[in-house]
Design a binder for this molecule. Sequence first.
Ligand code: ADP
Ligand code: ASP
Ligand code: MG
Length: 442
Amino acid sequence: MKVLKFGGTSVGSAQRMKDVAKLITGGDRNIVVLSAMSGTTNSLVEITEYLYKRNPDGASEIINKLAIKYYEHVEELYQTSEYKQRAKELIAYHFDYIRTFTKDLFTLFEERVVLAQGELISTGMMNLYLNEQGIHSVILPALDYMRTDKNAEPDPAYIKEKLHHLLNEYKDAALYITQGYICRNAYGETDNLQRGGSDYTASLIGAAIHAEEVQIWTDIDGMHNNDPRFVENTSPVRHLHFEEAAELAYFGAKILHPTCILPAKLNNIPVRLLNTLQPDARGTLISNTTEKGKIKAVAAKDHITAIKIKSGRMLLATGFLRKVFEIFENYQTPIDMVTTSEVGLSCTIDNRKRLDEIVDDLKKFGTVSVDSDMVIICVVGDMEWENIGFEARIISALKDIPVRMISYGGSNYNVSLLVKAADKKRALQALSNYLFNNESVC
Ligand code: ADP
Ligand code: ASP
Ligand code: MG
């Protein structure tokens, strides 16, 4: 059994839904994970923002606009009046439910319920469409098996048990459809796996059923060697190691949610990135093996803050690093990059919420300076330290760009560099030109 996940763009219109239906039928009895139709979760977020601000009229305007779009999709997607009627009832049910929240107190609890409606609608619509086509598909309700614990981490034992129970209940189904992103938390409330979390749903299901493969279908032919939203002439990478993919996802390659790799890696389940718009393209295979001796790809993580602690004394004495890191831990702020010298230490964070308190506490160790609006550029590949010349090529490519920090040797898979946000595009393009497109540095 495989798990096939289709993102928002892949189910973003009636025609796209029909195209996905073709891809998921006629084969094995797989589990299909769907996101909300593109733009829906953003609209739901907007609705919740109005409701938090006690502006029910603003919320209602967006709810009505979104509902109209869905009724248009219904007209285009279904052929028979029976199924058009059933789909309209489905949509009316979910939008009436969202409208009930415009009248009462609005808290985090209600917010999560509103955000869950997008995936509930898209899976309901797809299931009805497949049934209209004579396919015996069945919905596996994510709220019945996908669960997080008190630390907001998925509970693999619970997920496995409940999922197997559901699969047993619907043994004769031709295909299973389920919602990405949504779950219940440890208190049984509706919750979610964070924005973009449908990829995580797919790999958690893959791990729970020991799937043959997890396929992430999106709008591009696999992981490109640089971010196609900022860089020209990018091309697909055909094979990545789990570790390489995890670094790229964490450091900004939006095609994959960073959490998605771990469950697949731990269970050694290959992940394949494929293109709904070009189903025959090869895409990218992510597995436990890697192509040796190659730089594979570059990604960038935005909104980074660098903090430097500098002292005239012997700073790196025993226990110093622990004391510094404890301050970040006390304020629940994870650190991304670290570089050290005898008299100082630089590190980066992407969550500035407790920055002022952190800086105040760090001041007892020396002078503290902060650089905001920075970007981590992460270069990924087989960076085994005995391979010669990779670091030199990366640094040469960036010869005209000021680099604030460089980190290498933390893993065998990456070199990370910190530059100003204003230099991000230039740095990414320079790396692509020199590392992948055979331009020379003059
Ligand atoms: P989905 O809605 O299917 O989950 P996403 O928008 O989350 O799709 O991810 C796909 C997008 O990721 C692509 O359209 C592309 O713009 C962006 N992207 C960023 N970096 C990369 C990369 N290195 N390779 C491929 N796509 C990337
Ligand atoms: N629909 C959710 C989002 O837009 C989850 C996902 O698409 O993965 O973030
Ligand atoms: Mg995504």
